[in-house]
Design a protein around this ligand. Structure first.
Ligand code: SAH
Length: 218
């Protein structure tokens, strides 16, 4: 038994069910998304000292000045990307703990996730192994450049805020593809980009708060 699975036991089952009810109450409607979130034990992905808070609807520190996103945001972003379609080949920028990648892997067989902080990438690998999730392909890379060797993608989800729209990522969007990215410094807006026959269409959604998308590797 790994440390990740010890201790919480039934408490985890109950608090996880409560988290799903809360997401429902907050307006998450897509049952596919709720089932995917219910399937992933979030406490495995947070630091041990914070495991008891893993099912609260809040962002939590991951170390290295990074945070695991709030479950509501993860659910909402995936719900938008899924609306009326399947995710298809998916790229996540900013794997962090690997949590969101694990949720995505419940919904589509082809998930790639990149991370620029090497120790976080190592931890994401370990976390995914701890839950026996071997379908996510993790890469050590600066996500500004996407993942040329696996492009194009039907879905791109960016888990950190870009100062400006990352053009390199837009280029890796397949026809009919969707990308969700928080854009801005300070004030950030969640933007949806869709590659339609007439070209790229942007829809600005709500304001959000993410850690910044940084350049280079650490
Ligand atoms: N999705 C993660 C949390 C994301 S926090 C989870 O579920 O745990 C944002 C992550 O984006 C951080 O880990 C940060 O290191 C990473 N990041 C920031 N800029 C990046 C870049 N240019 N390329 C890849 N990852 C980046």
């Amino acid at each position: 038994m790994t440390r990740a699975h010890s201790g919480l036991g039934m408490t985890s089952q109950r608090t996880r069910a409560r988290m799903i009810e809360r997401l429902r109450a907050e307006g998450i409607r897509d049952e596919r998304v709720l089932a995917a979130i219910a399937a992933v034990p979030r406490h495995v992905f947070v630091e041990e000292a914070l495991a008891s808070r893993a099912y609260e609807d809040s962002a939590l520190p991951l170390g290295f000045s990074q945070t695991i996103s709030q479950p509501f945001i993860v659910a909402r972003m995936i719900e938008i990307l899924l609306a009326g379609r399947a995710l298809g080949k998916t790229l996540e920028i900013g794997a962090g703990s690997g949590y969101q990648a694990a949720v995505l892997a419940q919904l589509t067989p082809e998930v790639y996730a990149v991370e620029r902080i090497e120790p976080l990438l190592a931890r994401a690998k370990l976390n995914l192994r701890n839950i026996q999730e071997f379908r996510v392909r993790l890469k050590y890379a600066d996500g500004h450049f996407g993942l040329p060797e696996a492009a194009p993608f039907d879905t791109i989800i960016v888990a950190a805020a870009a100062a400006s729209v990352p053009q390199g990522l837009l280029q890796q969007l397949a026809p009919g593809g969707r990308m969700l990215v928080p854009v801005g410094t300070g004030e950030q807006t969640l933007s949806l980009f869709e590659r339609k026959p007439e070209g790229i269409v942007e829809t600005r959604l709500n304001s959000v708060r993410f850690v910044p998308l940084l350049s280079g590797l650490e």
